[in-house]
Design a protein around this ligand. Structure first.
Ligand SMILES: Cc1cc2nc3c(=O)[nH]c(=O)nc-3n(C[C@H](O)[C@H](O)[C@H](O)COP(=O)(O)O)c2cc1C
Ligand code: SF4
Ligand code: SF4
Length: 260
């Protein structure tokens, strides 16, 4: 049996909740060497081989599925002797078929699903007047992520070979969300500092020709709200009717679910 000495964490995380969970799990594994692959703004095409490493993959849930952009980026990975801890992070509504889709995708890329989890993160559309899972993952969630990492390592040490992993979800997957073009806009408080440009996963934001304002390509926007959350001036606004609906309907705290 391989004695793994490396943890490789991989995430796509526009508003950093998946990233926090990935780090929590890695802390629980506690292996000496840690490698990180952040695919959030990385649209490169160079293949990434992950060999002889316990791999942690964490992505958000969009419309009950793994975001299409995240799947495209994960497709660069190739696992060789790489057991994987697979996790989705959702905004307290539901994760539907995202976890099973992540499991199937990673299996197809050569990884061996070891354990899986669904954690809760502040909803991308959450705002101070309409909070949705605000502040999550919180301390209790992060402790669960650490414990999940520790238990996953214990499972790895006890199982050879790794058996197929059950996770919740259905085949065929739920259809992808309809992609209505829309994007956040800047209000009068925007002073064109450009900070939002660098965090956009799809490079949908840029300066105007005169460099005095910000322009957004609605057709490239995936509504991830990274730009909204990063703006130091509260000048980036995403108006969506879903914020109010989600705030009202999904205000009972959900807890992480784990699969071993
Ligand atoms: C376009 C879009 C669709 C989403 N769909 C869902 C969903 O179906 N269920 C849910 O509970 N949360 C949903 N969310 C919320 C995210 O899953 C949640 O905020 C997650 O923590 C974001 O991860 P990140 O911080 O790593 O970007 C959606 C967010 C966006 C932007
Ligand atoms: S980060 Fe905010 S203030 Fe800066 S350019 Fe973007 S919207 Fe404008
Ligand atoms: S412009 Fe759209 S895709 Fe880019 S960071 Fe903002 S919400 Fe995300």
């Amino acid at each position: 049996m391989t004695e793994y000495k490396t943890t490789h964490i991989v995430f796509f995380s526009p508003t950093h909740t998946s990233e926090k969970i990935a780090r929590g799990i890695a802390e629980g594994i506690g292996m000496g060497r840690r490698i990180e692959t952040d695919l959030t703004t990385d649209d490169g095409t160079t293949p990434i081989e992950i060999k002889d490493a316990l791999t942690v993959v964490v992505v958000p849930v969009y419309g009950g599925r793994v975001p299409v952009v995240a799947i495209q980026r994960l497709n660069r990975l190739k696992g060789v002797n790489a057991p994987a801890i697979l996790t989705v992070v959702y905004g307290n509504r539901d994760y539907e078929d995202a976890l099973i889709e992540l499991r199937d995708t990673m299996t197809g890329l050569g990884f061996s699903p070891l354990t899986a989890g669904a954690f809760i993160g502040e909803h991308s559309f959450s705002r101070p007047d309409l909070p949705i899972a605000e502040g999550r993952p919180d301390e209790a969630d992060l402790q669960k992520a650490v414990l999940f990492g520790r238990k996953s390592l214990e499972k790895l040490q006890q199982s050879s070979p790794i058996k197929p992993l059950y996770v919740k979800g259905n085949h065929p997957y739920k259809p992808l969300m309809a992609n209505e073009p829309a994007a956040p806009v800047c209000n009068e408080n925007c002073y064109a500092c450009g900070e939002c440009i660098g965090v956009c996963p799809t490079h949908a934001i840029g300066f105007s020709a005169e460099k005095d304002r910000i322009v957004t390509d609605v057709n490239r926007c995936i509504k991830c709200c990274a730009c909204v959350k990063v703006c130091p001036n509260g000048a980036r606004i995403f108006e969506t009717p879903f914020a109010k609906i989600l705030h009202e309907k999904f205000n009972i705290r959900k807890e992480p679910e784990l699969f071993f």
